[in-house]
Design a protein around this ligand. Structure first.
Ligand code: 21W
Length: 226
């Protein structure tokens, strides 16, 4: 898969995705990232990419022109275009799975107080990564790319994905590793028992318990037929 990222701050996206699993995927050629800076598509001496909002208000708004030119330069009809926006629809695991099927993506990152609204007609959809305010779309692009990259075949070990499907919409049971007692805190004995049936039962129970406690809306979503 190739992903084009349109951003004024390519390093904010490039570096976090040069490490660990995604970094390896890029080295292996399973994922190609390319960065395009709207500043390269300005006409004036000062390379202006933003201006004051019409109607007044604080901050600066990114101009549609340079962003539009950057998008047109990198992505033909074949690329699925996403604008990262705090007003977008919520990003999710199912959206990641949908995007992982695409051959090419273009992610557009806003900065400052967002991009001129008229850019929205030139993207396929707008995504948000949650109800909190970021300084720009770059950390959101990192989240989306990371979640999509690990679904590309060969990026992580076969089998790690299949059982997952976001744990059937529930939160996962807690995990433990060595030592079996740490600061007087023991690992739940069932996990040391070797009884795989009991372990499975314990995990399912903890999973339901912790989901009911922390994210009750996840139980309602898929029903309680578990
Ligand atoms: C933050 C852009 C706030 C626009 C004054 C009057 C992309 C994001 C972003 C940003 C505003 C995502 C205003 C979750 C996010 C993003 C930068 C709004 C409007 N100012 N997901 N009106 N949270 N954030 N400013 O912030 O670009 S996806």
């Amino acid at each position: 898969m190739k992903i084009d990222v349109i951003t004024l701050f390519p390093e904010l996206v490039d570096f976090p995705l040069s490490q660990s699993i995604v970094g390896r995927a890029r080295k292996n050629g399973l994922l190609e990232l390319a960065f395009t800076n709207p500043r390269e598509f300005t006409e004036d001496r000062h390379k202006t990419v933003d201006d004051k909002p019409y109607g007044g208000g604080r901050g600066m708004v990114m101009m549609a022109g340079p962003v539009y030119k950057a998008v047109k330069k990198v992505s033909g009809k074949s690329s699925y275009k996403i604008l990262l926006s705090p007003r977008g629809t919520p990003f999710s695991q199912s959206k990641a799975a949908f995007l992982a099927k695409k051959k090419r993506l273009t992610l557009v990152c806003a900065h400052y107080e967002g991009i001129d609204e008229r850019i929205s007609g030139f993207v396929d959809e707008e995504l948000s990564v949650g109800d909190y305010v970021l300084t720009g779309g770059e950390p959101a692009a990192v989240c989306v790319i990371d979640a999509v990259a690990r679904l590309i075949k060969g990026v992580i070990k076969e089998g790690s994905l299949e059982t997952e499907s976001f744990n059937e919409g529930l939160l996962e049971a807690p995990q433990y590793t060595r030592p079996s007692v740490w600061r007087k805190l023991p690992v739940p004995p069932v996990l040391l028992s070797g009884n795989h049936k009991e372990i499975e039962k314990w995990r399912k129970a903890r999973s339901l318990e912790i989901t009911a406690e922390r994210r009750p809306e996840l139980l309602e979503k898929t029903g309680k037929d578990r």
